[in-house]
Design a protein around this ligand. Structure first.
Ligand code: UDP
Length: 421
């Protein structure tokens, strides 16, 4: 249905490469979102090109994921890992490369979907150069993030101004939860168009494995009380709260409690420092014997960890959406999460898991212990969590809602496809 050039779309995610390994520094939910949305849109017939920064000469410039879906890496600044807050200075080069790419291909995109504030700026600049419909997903809002961090970076003023301009001027902003939508209205601007379309998850990959099969594969005893964290090492993720709450659990001594902390880190980078900080707290609290740092969990093992766990904990200080919560629920595992942002939308307290105030280790201990203490109730939460994800959070349903949005926007009279001279 959408196979002509008119239905070619660009997903732009300068800082979040959809084709790289997930779980390390600055590679998390946004990368997964772009990749999965790209795949799912391609299945619906769109020609999807996902644009990101090429961070090393070893990386392929183009990765073809499926006949209709590819990642295209463009130069922006010198090779090597570049933190998000420095990347802004190199975006003009990215824009020039994007234009060169269109020129070479002989067409211009008529619709782009940008991700994170850096790419929103890229989109707004491109809009000055060619007719374009721009849809944007923030993934994180500076106005919310800076309320919960101690050191506000220099780039903050610029970011806040760009996020405001974006909401007020692009064709549509996609909020991934009602909470994010509310934050945009209260903290960013009362102007601009917002549509709420949640993030999704792979309901086939997550949810097929039974707890016993998963435990057998991972060598975890059937009677172990397994608490799981999955995510990046970043202070905002609140891993310290989880570790301190596990130390107070009544299952700690003699209860066969096991804490698994999943996620990668790079020595010397900030996530490596956070990992070391967490490891020191584990040692200080004498939890070394029952704690395992698994390192980065790739697609071949991640579904086993989710399926094996009794409870998955998402203790973030702030979370615009929080993919890990729905991945766990899809895997029949109840979630204990902070009562913040999108987690208030995905986790239904007492039905699919429990919510606790962020940084409140005592409240997390109580919530985790309630689930560990009652396996019949845990099973009820599991069933309800899986149902909730099937109904509300599959990538296919996300992609069809995005398709409806794009199609509506493209049908506007000013949105005709452009063929480059
Ligand atoms: N993830 C992964 N392997 C890991 C750690 C994390 O694949 O070792 C994935 C996880 O499954 C999820 C994403 O990284 O899809 C994290 O997304 P989330 O929205 O929870 O957090 P963000 O990284 O966006 O802050």
């Amino acid at each position: 249905m959408y196979q002509d050039k008119q239905h070619r779309i660009a997903l732009i995610s300068v800082d979040g490469d959809p084709a790289i390994e997930i779980g390390q520094e600055e590679a998390g939910g946004q990368n997964v979102y772009v990749r999965q949305v790209g795949y799912a849109l391609a299945k619906l017939g769109w020609q999807v090109d996902m644009f990101t920064r090429r961070s090393s000469h070893d990386q392929a410039a183009i990765v073809q994921h499926s006949p209709n879906c590819r990642t295209i890496r463009l130069k922006a600044g010198p090779a090597g890992f570049m933190g998000r807050d420095v990347l802004f200075n190199h975006l003009s080069e990215f824009i020039a490369e994007f234009q060169r790419f269109q020129q070479q291909q002989g067409f211009q995109y008529s619709l782009i979907h940008t991700n994170y504030w850096l790419s929103s700026w890229v989109g707004m600049e491109l809009k000055k150069l060619q007719p374009l419909i721009q849809v944007h997903t923030y993934h994180s809002l500076g106005a919310v993030k800076y309320r919960s961090v101690d050191n506000i970076p220099l780039v903050a003023t610029q970011r806040l101004a760009i996020e405001k301009a974006c909401l007020e001027t692009v064709d549509c902003v996609v909020a991934t939860s009602p909470q994010e939508q509310q934050h945009m209205r209260l903290l960013v601007s009362s102007k601009g168009r917002i549509e709420m379309i949640p993030c999704g998850t792979d309901i086939e990959k997550f949810g097929e494995i039974s707890r016993s099969t998963a435990r057998e594969k991972l060598g975890i005893a059937p009677d172990a009380k397994m608490v799981l964290y999955v995510g990046r090492f970043d202070r905002r993720k609140g891993i310290e709260t989880l570790v301190r709450s596990v130390a107070k659990s009544r299952f700690r001594d003699g209860g066969n409690l096991q804490l698994f902390i999943g996620g990668g880190s790079r020595p010397g980078q900030s996530d490596g420092l956070e990992r070391d900080r967490i490891a020191n707290i584990v040692t200080e609290l004498k939890l070394d014997d029952c704690t395992k740092f698994t390192g980065r969990l790739d697609d071949t093992v991640l579904p086993f960890y989710y399926a094996a766990a009794d409870v998955c904990v998402v203790p973030s200080h702030y979370e615009p959406f929080g993919l890990v919560a729905i991945e766990a629920m899809a895997s029949h595992t109840p979630v204990v999460a902070s009562n913040v942002g999108g987690l208030q939308f995905t986790v239904v307290p007492e039905i699919t898991g429990l919510l606790a105030p962020p940084k409140d280790e005592d409240a997390f201990t109580v919530a985790i212990d309630r689930i560990l203490a009652n396996s019949a109730w845990r099973d009820e939460l599991s069933v309800a969590g899986r149902q909730r994800v099937e109904i509300a959070f599959s990538w296919d349903s996300v992609a069809s809602r995005l398709t409806q949005l794009y199609t509506r926007l493209l049908a506007q009279p000013e949105a005709k496809p452009q063929i480059a001279a």
